[in-house]
Design a protein. Structure first.
Ligand code: NAD
Length: 445
């Protein structure tokens, strides 16, 4: 499969005078649109089947043209007349959605309706009335509604090949092991579990069952994140130096499961801090060797009786890269990261969200600082990740974000809490990057 995306345009932002003292007015604040294949613009563009390339420079015809570093998603190479690859419903991989909470209702079920290779075929819920209503809405027959007790009856339902677990974190392990026993592939929400031992148990159970296990790290299927990962791999930023990230929001209801240790595993860290941690790893392509962390759990706030309000952690990577991350459950919504290299930086702000993401990068261009905004038509991250899982299940491919990816994050989360407890840096066992399946933007199927 090739994921298609539409044309990208890059917008230069006016830079603060101190950032760009040499620039002339004609060289800043100008917008460059790219059409497919570069047609219609005076910017030389070279793309390769491996995923696009950087501009060689401006056309001589445009004297005012600034030489811009351009990136194009590989898939913009596709022709308009490429046949639609949507599979007919009876050939799609079927999903049993376990847990009908906010994420399932507001994101996952609507995303399944946008998928090309996937469809919802069963629902598992503790609330039969709600399940009947949702089943009616999405065309799931009543006979394909299950509850948490009779979940194993899914074994007799060949229409549901994948179980998508969207329950509180503390319930992920139990349902993954149960799904393995009845021979289903598993797509699982993040975080994988509450500790590394549980993650390992799940990886082992799925391996024994010879079924696929994928963690729903949707950002890894999001086009801007993919583009940044590609920039890093191609060395566009030079040697990586610093990664800075934050993911914060205010939580309200003190009775919700996210604030109960047994169900959530922790507070801000496993829920939203995890995005910073995972991004530091997958964008850099490196694994940390040491972590230093603090957590803050105020007294007197009913929300933080069992779990931390906020976490701050620094990861050290063998190359010298450091990642400095913060996450809070008591700050106004704020989601961002910036990756700095010797020759450039790239940032997303907002980052990590379902939509409305923005990406910019900065580097020297012809000896001058240039800042470029990249815009890509938004794509549904959930639909992309679900379709990726479907292909992996169908074609026996290791998912791009397999169970080992969640296990590695959890090992680091465990070390973050240990560091916060002991007040010391914690060394991480030397781990090579988990075996990841194909880059979701470079697959062909
Ligand atoms: P939610 O509270 O809205 O839904 C949880 C569901 O679990 C509900 O249907 C609830 O009835 C059911 N449930 C069963 N037993 C329960 C129990 N003992 N306590 C509480 N609920 C119980 O939660 P959500 O926001 O849908 O989150 C579900 C999972 O999805 C979590 O693992 C969360 O981390 C993850 N999540 C991921 C993203 C993402 O962007 N990938 C976003 C939000 C949530």
């Amino acid at each position: 499969m090739r994921f298609r995306s539409r044309p990208i345009y890059h917008q230069e932002f006016p830079l603060a005078p101190e950032d760009n003292a040499d620039a002339t007015p004609t060289e800043i604040g100008r917008r460059v649109f790219l059409q497919r294949g570069g047609a219609g613009v005076a910017v030389a563009f070279a793309a390769s089947s491996a995923g696009g390339a950087w501009a060689a420079g401006p056309s001589k015809a445009d004297a005012n043209q600034v030489r811009l570093p351009l990136i194009q998603d590989a898939n913009t190479e596709q022709k308009e007349d490429t046949p639609d690859a949507n599979l007919p419903p009876d050939e799609r991989i079927g999903y049993a959605i376990v847990g009908l909470g906010r994420l399932s209702l507001n994101q996952i079920l609507p995303a399944l309706a946008q998928c090309k290779y996937s469809k919802v075929t069963a629902l598992v819920s503790g609330d039969r009335t709600k399940a009947l209503r949702i089943a009616h809405q999405y065309g799931v027959p009543e006979v394909d509604i299950y509850d948490y007790q009779n979940f194993e009856r899914l074994a007799d339902n060949p229409r549901a090949q994948v179980v998508y677990i969207v329950l509180p974190n503390g319930m992920h392990k139990g349902f993954t092991v149960r799904a393995a026993r009845i021979g289903k592939h598993v797509l699982r929400e993040k975080p994988m579990a509450n500790n590394a031992a549980d993650c390992q148990a799940m990886v082992d159970a799925m391996r024994r069952a010879n079924r696929k296990l994928m963690i729903a790290y949707r950002s890894q299927y999001e086009p801007m994140d993919r583009m940044i990962s590609k920039m890093v791999k191609e060395g566009k930023l030079g040697s990586l130096r610093e990664f800075i990230a934050g993911n914060s929001q205010n939580v309200g209801d003190p009775t919700q499961w996210r604030l109960k240790k047994s169900l959530a595993g922790g507070g801000a860290m496993p829920d939203i801090g995890l995005y910073c941690l995972n991004a530091a790893r997958f964008l850099s392509g490196e694994e940390p060797q040491e972590v230093l962390a603090t957590v803050y759990q105020p007294t007197g706030d009913p929300r933080f009786v069992e779990v931390e309000q906020s976490v701050q952690f620094i990861l050290r990577f063998p190359s010298g890269l450091t990642a400095t991350c913060i996450s809070s459950y008591a700050s106004h919504e704020s989601r961002f990261f910036r990756l700095q290299g010797a020759q450039g930086w790239v940032e997303m702000d907002p980052a990590f969200g379902y939509n409305g993401l923005r990406m910019r990068y900065g580097m020297l261009v012809d000896g001058k600082n240039a800042t470029t905004e990249v815009q890509i038509d938004p794509q549904n991250q959930f639909a992309r990740e679900i379709d990726h899982m479907s292909v992996c299940a169908r074609d026996d491919i290791v998912p791009h974000t397999p169970g080992e990816e969640g296990l590695q994050d959890q090992r680091i989360v465990d070390a973050i809490y240990k560091s916060a407890r002991t007040g010391r840096a914690v060394k991480l066992a030397q781990i090579t990057a988990p075996t990841r399946g194909p880059d979701p933007l470079e697959e062909t199927f």
